[in-house]
Design a binder for this molecule. Structure first.
Ligand code: HEC
Ligand code: HEC
Length: 305
């Protein structure tokens, strides 16, 4: 009796009774954690690379989330090199609405939706894209893009939707310099004319003729010009631009600014960044970003347009 009880007690106290069992336990003690780690690693790497269930971590989703930042970097870099092409601008900015037809935006490639708009002529389309139209925001909301880049996007969209627009002439002062638009304008009109419809032919020469003054008319004054722009002006630019020191164009002076405005905002900004003659680099506001300098310029010229 007592013997049996002892055996039972012994069994409860020691699971491992033979060397074979000991080996099994030792091996399991190693193998189980390793298996768990392998499973965890596979689980984690699978969910980041493919994730059939959740798309929170897919490359596309990440791209989409960082898009404004990445897009901006890209633009800053390319600004010093080459303007963006129409298809790139379209993908970065316009596709948000024009791919699916958000808020009644005419869809890319939908000839039916575009036909009437195309009949307005390139100039009207450019104006709508640059200044906005109803729910279509000015420049599609991408105020940092140049007029030229937006116009290229319009041409890309129009031509993918049954249109036959000419590439816009590059702005003065960029690339080939002042002579480029003057030389490009006359060639653009005849080239565009044969392909265009009757309605469009009447618009085309106007497009070419309007091109040189277009930059001046199309300069957008953003609301921040009155706040951020004014602040930069009051801390730096006023020193010369308030009274016209060293022939600096005076704030709001239409006549003084006209020749500068005619070169377009991008050229003015570029000159303000690098400096020119008595105009010091960044107008001495070394801490201001390019965008803030642009706002300061907008503030100075808003009453000179
Ligand atoms: C937030 C949405 C949105 C974005 C982004 C957007 N558009 Fe639009 N777009 C619209 C809407 C809505 C219309 C239709 C406006 C109307 O006719 O009332 C439109 C119309 C247009 C038209 C036709 C205008 C006309 O006169 O018929 C052009 C050209 C155009 N967009 C170009 C662009 C370009 C170029 C971009 C990118 C730089 C862009 N859009 C980005 C919403 C957008
Ligand atoms: C020390 C004086 C001085 C200060 C400070 C100054 N400017 Fe100027 N700026 C000038 C002069 C002089 C010119 C005319 C340059 C020329 O045409 O040769 C000029 C011209 C310009 C132009 C026209 C450039 C062009 O040729 O297209 C812009 C834009 C401009 N300034 C912006 C600014 C901004 C923005 C600030 C402040 C952040 C600023 N300036 C501060 C003296 C100054």
């Amino acid at each position: 009796m007592s013997n049996t009880q002892e055996t039972h007690a012994g069994e409860h106290q020691a699971f491992i009774k033979s060397p074979k069992q000991l080996i099994t336990v030792v091996v399991l003690a190693f193998v189980v954690p390793v298996l768990v780690i392998i499973l965890l690693v596979t689980y984690v790497s699978r969910s980041t690379s493919t994730a059939p269930g959740s798309n929170a971590l897919t490359l596309e989703a990440i791209d989409a989330r960082i898009a404004p930042v990445a897009g901006f970097e890209l633009i800053e870099v390319s600004r010093s090199k080459e303007p963006l092409t129409g298809d790139v601008v379209y993908k970065q900015v316009c596709a948000a609405c024009h791919d699916a037809g958000v808020a009644g935006a005419p869809k890319l490639g939908d000839k039916g939706q575009w036909a009437e708009r195309l009949a307005q002529g390139a100039q009207v389309l450019f104006e709508s894209a640059l200044k906005g139209k109803n729910t279509m925001p000015a420049k599609g909301g991408a105020a940092h893009l140049s007029d030229y880049e937006i116009e290229r996007a319009v041409v890309y969209m129009a031509n993918a939707s049954g249109g036959n627009l000419e590439e816009p002439a590059p702005p003065a002062g960029e690339g080939e310099g002042e002579a480029a638009p003057a030389a490009a304008a006359p060639t653009a009109a005849p080239a565009a004319a044969p392909a265009a419809t009757a309605a469009k032919t009447s618009e085309q020469p106007a497009t070419a003729a309007a091109a040189p003054q277009k930059t001046a008319a199309a300069i957008q004054i953003s609301p921040e010009a009155a706040t951020i722009g004014k602040k930069i002006y009051d801390t730096a630019c006023f020193a010369c631009h308030a009274t016209g020191v060293a022939n600096a164009p005076k704030i709001g002076d239409k006549q003084a600014w006209a020749p500068y405005i005619a070169t377009g905002m991008d050229t003015m900004l570029q000159v303000a960044i690098t400096g020119k003659g008595a105009m010091p680099p960044r107008g001495t506001a070394m801490q201001a970003s390019d965008q803030e300098l642009r706002l300061a310029i907008e503030y100075m010229i808003k009453d000179a347009l």
